[in-house]
Design a protein around this ligand. Sequence first.
Ligand SMILES: [Zn+2]
Length: 147
Amino acid sequence: MPDVFTKAKRSEVMSRIRSHGNAATELRLMKLMRDEKITGWRRQLPLTVRSAGIKVRPDFVFRRERLAVFVDGCFWHGCPRHATQPKQNRIFWETKILRNQTRDRLVTRELTKAGWTVLRIWECALTLKRARGTLSRLQRALKKPAR
Ligand SMILES: [Zn+2]
């Protein structure tokens, strides 16, 4: 996919990035990690990717393992299973969600290039039924040797 941003535009866009993770979802993952005794993470630690001139704030950062975890809301980030289509202002929402997805890809790519492992977790992957599998994914990512 071609890069849709010029360098200047990109840093402008990136500077406006906030965590879109919804607080309840982040709290849910926090609880799961605590129950599982997964430690060593910090919440919303700002990371600067100097080579790309961007600053990001992953929902959780495991600094030692160089792992950045994002919890993505199904609606805001366009989860393939749960992306709903609001009937009102459809174009507006579609544009917004597409923009979020483009930004998500950019952030993942730039962090990866900078030697981070990036784990994106859908909001819906934290349900009782799917939490087990999600935690295994997280544990696998934590065991991955840092580059
Ligand atoms: Zn979903």
